[in-house]
Design a protein around this ligand. Structure first.
Ligand code: BTN
Length: 275
């Protein structure tokens, strides 16, 4: 059971000492921790640092981003509001597991929130929603080359923790403090997220993606419903039947089953279970 309640006497500031204490003793090398008051994008900055030699694992976070990146070229509004703008540099999983990484991170965030008494739904491929289907956070995973020419993954996580920040084009947002009924200590949250993501990654590397697959399906939004899939070019529609062995969505369309590796899903106006 996690308790991320922010103590009344504690200022809501990012602190490396608290994060370091949280991740101590988990096995493996201790993560380097980089915190910024203001940065353009924690993902961009971490990729630059990795290219100039910083080795994983690294935890990077900022109080505020001036050019936060969202998926599909969108901006991630990153107000100075007690929220999480977090990037983790980790070794790259084997290429066949890479498509599972955003799904794994979603599962890990949901598990941390559940352990604190809340719940999150996962919207394929990498949105985190509350049970009223309001977006609470998003995930942006990018590959990066590290100093020794090895490849790393930069896992970016934007999470409304203590305030509901609206992102452009987004619908009404939610936040963790509403879900859990209290303000959260972001440092302890970062520690728990790092530990859970690392543990899930180790398990996936050793045992394959089946555990993430099952855990994602247990929290997946709109399974069995009619959805629209927005693609780079055009869109398609059908019943969202699940994921395949590569983390792609399986959609039963009028032309038969199709699988999509990228895109965005939304519920069709005439949605309901079945065809
Ligand atoms: C999405 O579009 O839903 C994904 C948003 C990811 C935002 C996070 S905030 C921390 C990290 N740094 C960035 O510039 N983006 C990610």
């Amino acid at each position: 059971m996690h308790d991320f309640r922010l103590a009344e006497d504690r200022k809501d500031r990012l602190r490396s000492s608290v994060i370091a204490a949280m991740v101590k003793g988990r096995g493996g090398p201790p993560p380097e921790i980089r915190l910024w008051e203001e940065v353009d994008s924690t993902n961009v900055r971490l990729r630059e640092l990795a290219e100039t030699g910083l080795e994983p694992p690294v935890i990077a976070a900022a109080e505020h981003q001036t050019a936060g990146k969202g998926r599909r070229g969108r901006t991630w509004h990153s107000a100075h509001a007690g929220n999480l703008y977090l990037s983790l540099l980790t070794p790259l999983p084997s290429p066949v597991l890479m498509p599972w990484l955003p799904l794994l991170v979603g599962v890990a965030v949901a598990e941390v929130v559940e352990a604190a008494g809340g719940a999150l739904w996962l919207k394929w491929p990498n949105d985190l929603l509350d049970t009223r289907e309001r977006k609470v956070g998003g995930i942006l995973v990018e590959a990066s080359s590290t100093g020794r020419q090895r490849n790393g993954a930069v896992i970016g996580l934007g999470l409304n923790v203590n305030a509901r920040v609206i992102n452009p084009g987004g619908t009404e947002p939610g936040c963790l403090s509403e879900i859990l009924g209290h303000q959260l200590d972001r440092n302890r949250l970062i520690g728990a997220l790092f530990r859970t993501i690392q543990a899930r990654m180790e398990a996936m590397q050793n045992q394959g993606p089946e555990g993430v697959h099952a855990a994602w399906l247990a929290r997946g939004l709109w399974l069995g419903a009619r959805v629209e899939v927005l693609l780079e070019a055009g869109c398609d529609a059908g019943v969202f039947e699940g994921l395949d062995a590569h983390g792609r969505i399986r959609v039963r369309t009028e032309e038969g089953e199709k699988r999509f590796a990228a895109g965005e899903i939304s519920l069709r106006a005439d949605a309901g279970g079945g065809t």
